[in-house]
Write a protein that binds this ligand. Structure first.
Ligand code: IPE
Ligand code: IPE
Ligand code: MG
Length: 246
């Protein structure tokens, strides 16, 4: 029996976020170069996206490349960018078939032009789709996103469009990259690391965290289902008592 059959479809997380980690170690374990791991990681992405679509998850947000990842060896960064261009190009057909809308968050202007153009093309092409919203966090830093939101708000206050007293959590959220998305209820990190690495810091305030030792290239939809099942067993109290929420 698949974990999928045990999932309560009425209690699905609307938004699942994933820190896809462990590609390099996966390759190293096989005596290969790190890029071999990234390439195999793409197969996991495809399978997990399919799993999310089959289940009916509405938002899937994948940590694909962090701002800090720019500091990796140049050769690896270039190889990842090239892999991204090729993958996005190839996947458009699949996204159209599966009614997936592609979205991207992060400092996208940092991307090489070819990557930026391919991404924009895919975002535009898939924009009429109404199914899963697949968001790639690319050249993404949560702290940068928060500072950027603060600056946007400051500009609006300065111009008189907004008064200081109007600033509340909703205004703040509306100035994040994720303005039109619900917060993730579930955050998954692979590869056995227990950290957030500058990902969606504001948005995961009340997310359930799920860590698995599996390296990303070994992660499949069945693992996603297992994580969702684990999520469904948890009691989300939001500061209240168990009696109150039951
Ligand atoms: C995640 O795998 C992919 C990216 C960060 C781009 P890593 O490349 O971080 O793999 P490990 O953590 O070194 O094994
Ligand atoms: C986080 O993984 C970024 C992505 C998965 C894209 P890293 O491998 O860069 O994170 P650290 O360095 O282990 O914290
Ligand atoms: Mg890593």
């Amino acid at each position: 029996m698949s974990y999928k059959d045990k999932i309560d479809l009425l209690k699905l997380p609307r938004h699942v976020a994933i820190i896809m980690d462990g590609n390099g170690r996966w390759a190293k374990d096989r005596g290969k170069l790190r890029i071999f791991g990234h390439r195999n990681g793409v197969l996991s992405v495809r399978d997990v996206v399919e799993g999310a679509v089959d289940l009916g998850v509405q938002y899937l947000t994948l940590y694909t490349f962090s701002t800090e990842n720019w500091n990796r060896p140049k050769l690896e960064v270039m190889a990842i960018m090239e892999l991204m261009v090729n993958t996005i190009h190839k996947e458009i057909k699949n996204f159209m078939e599966k009614n997936v809308r592609l979205n991207a968050i992060g400092d996208l202007a940092m991307l090489p032009k070819k990557c930026f153009d391919e991404l924009n093309n895919a975002v535009e092409t898939t924009s009429p789709n109404t199914g899963l919203v697949l968001t790639l966090a690319l050249s993404y830093s949560s702290r940068y996103e928060i500072v950027r939101a603060a600056k946007n708000i400051a500009v609006k206050v300065q111009s008189g469009e907004l008064s200081i007293n109007d600033i509340d959590e909703t205004v703040f959220e509306n100035n994040l990259y994720t303005a039109d998305m619900p917060d993730p209820e579930l955050l998954i990190r692979t590869s056995g690391e227990y950290r957030i690495s500058n990902y969606l810091l504001w948005q995961i305030a009340y997310a359930e965290l799920y860590f698995t030792p599996k390296l990303w290239p070994d992660f499949r939809k069945e693992d996603l289902y297992e994580a969702i099942l684990d999520y469904q067993k948890r009691e989300r109290r939001f500061g209240m008592t168990s009696e109150q929420v039951n």
